[in-house]
Each structure stands twice: as structure tokens, then as C-alpha cells.
Ligand binder design. Sequence first.
Ligand code: SAH
Length: 330
Amino acid sequence: MDPVLLESTLAGLGQPAFRARQVWEWAARGARTYEEMSNVPAALRGELAAAVPFSSLELVREAHASDGTVKALFTTHDGRAVEAVLMRYRDGRNSLCLSSQSGCPLTCTFCATGAMKFTRNLTAGEILDQALHFRRDHEVDHVVFMGMGEPMMNLPNVLDTCRRLPSIGVTHRRTAISTVGWIPGIETLTHATMPIRLALSLHAADDRLRSQIMPVNDRYPLSEVLAACERFYAIKRRQVFVEYVMLGDVNDGAAHARQLAGVLDPKVYKVNLIPYNPTGMYDGSPRATIERFRAVLEEHGIRATVRLTMGRDIDAACGQLAARAAVGAS
Ligand code: SAH
């Protein structure tokens, strides 16, 4: 549901200001139809149903993994692909991975979304509708912007979404924006009033290798990106998560780990090693290699965890479901 369209429609109908809040709260608590909104007059419910689509997204398919992960593929009204994932952890956390763009203009070599055509930024309504889809069946308490797209290139809509997430059950402190290191976005987040977490996709600790894996590094080189993250920490006093995808024989040696430890201030960063979900180009690092990498980081005083892989049996990695659907359609 597009909250801006909702507000303007209700204002146009001469409704009092509280009405938009009332309707939104129903949607945010998982309502499936306007009909359920029992404290909204029936005639108004009918007018809303005609003027404000309950969702801006149409569900194309949904895949349920054996570990409880659910991945949804949607299309927008203009036929753009959008993916979102619900991850249900054993400790009870329910975390949503949301997309901010359909496709991605950046061309990270290991990423399935990077290989798709970029079509456009998603509106705040389209991002919220991904969350509302899952909220109808589950309580949710965490959000990560780690789906399709680079959230910092669509930051006004991402921040508008974040403003609304607490009503769905996700506080700002439990919301994280993940970026390739888009410096203007990191700076905006540093000065934003909402205490949102920052995650940095680093993947290599030297410019040559990083540019090879992530061409955006030519635009925003490593040292400048790290300096921006350090300013974020200095102002927000919240650690930055470093994401590091483990690519076999590319960035996963003990020397790479030492190099990574050398550029990271342990006060500022915590590392999350990501087992690669193979999408072509590279092999994933073996388990033992990932463990050794982690051990080297810890020896150098850098906290590091290995990310749980979830939803492998349903292509839950970034861009995979949409890519698969596109192949199926062609
Ligand atoms: N553009 C943002 C957010 C989207 S990607 C960013 O790059 O941070 C979210 C995370 O998933 C990134 O860390 C990305 O590097 C990682 N990722 C992409 N494809 C992957 C794959 N096939 N296997 C494992 N991680 C992947």
C-alpha cells in the first residue's frame, strides 16, 4: 500500500487526518483487505479499494525452503521484477531481506542481480509492500536492505520506507542498509536522525582486486569508503558490519585475511564472512578455508562470524530467483 497515495486520497475525500494513520495501521499489522478494517466506515472502505491498490506488487511465485526461508518474486504494475526474502532463525528472529531497485546498475561480478538489466528505483510503497506481504503471515522484527539493487542509489525512498518500518514491527536499530560503499549515501545516513545500521560489502582489502570484483571501486576507492564508514562510527557510535563473500582462490587466502585485518579498525568493524552462493563465474570457498580466514581475523583482534546460509534449495541469493524466472521465460 502506497502511504502517500493513501494520504492524498483520503485528503481528497475530505477525511480527517487520523484516517490515513488508522488505515495504515491495519495494513502494517497484516490486514489482507480493506474489508477487515472494522473501524473504517464501510462506504469509505469501498472508495479506498477503488482508489488505492491494496498492494502495488503482484506475487508471481513464492518458494519455501526446508529451513523455513521464504522467497517471493513479484512484479510491479509496469512489469518490473522484485524479490524479497523472509529468513526465520532458530532463535525466533524473523528477518526480511528487501529490494530497493529492480535489477542493479552496478556490475559486481559475483552477483546475479548485477548481471540483470537495471530497470528502475522502487518507490517507498513498492518496498513497503514487500514487507507487508510477509507481515500477513508472520511477525517480523529485522530488516536488511540486501535484496536487489544498491539502496544508497535510492536513498530517499529507502529512508521513507525506514520511517514506516516501526509500525510493521521493525525498529530503526534493527534495520540495516547494505552498500557497495556509495559514499554520498553513507554520508547521508551518518547525519540521518534514525539510528539505522550500516553494512559495507567489502569483499577485498586492496584496490586492484576489489576493482576487479566490484567495478564501483574505481569510483569510490577503498580508503575513501573506509574513511566514510569511520565517520559514520564516530558520529553514530554503532559498529559497521563488513560483508565479505568468500570466493574460492580469489579473495580467501590467509594473506587476504591479514590484509583485511590490516585495513579494519576493530573498534569500528565487525566482519561477516558470507559463503558464496554460486551463480556462475566463481566457486565458493571450502568450509575449512572460510574457518581459517575467520581464525586469522580473530588472531588480529577483528570479530568475525560466518553467515548462516539459508534457503539454498530455493535460489535465495540476491537476484537468483528473478534471473531464473527470466531464463524460464525466454
Ligand atoms: N548493493 C548492496 C545490497 C545488495 S547485495 C550491497 O552490495 O551491499 C547484499 C549482499 O549480498 C552483498 O554483500 C553482496 O555482496 C552479497 N551477494 C550478492 N550475490 C551473492 C552470492 N551469489 N552469494 C553470496 N552473497 C552474495
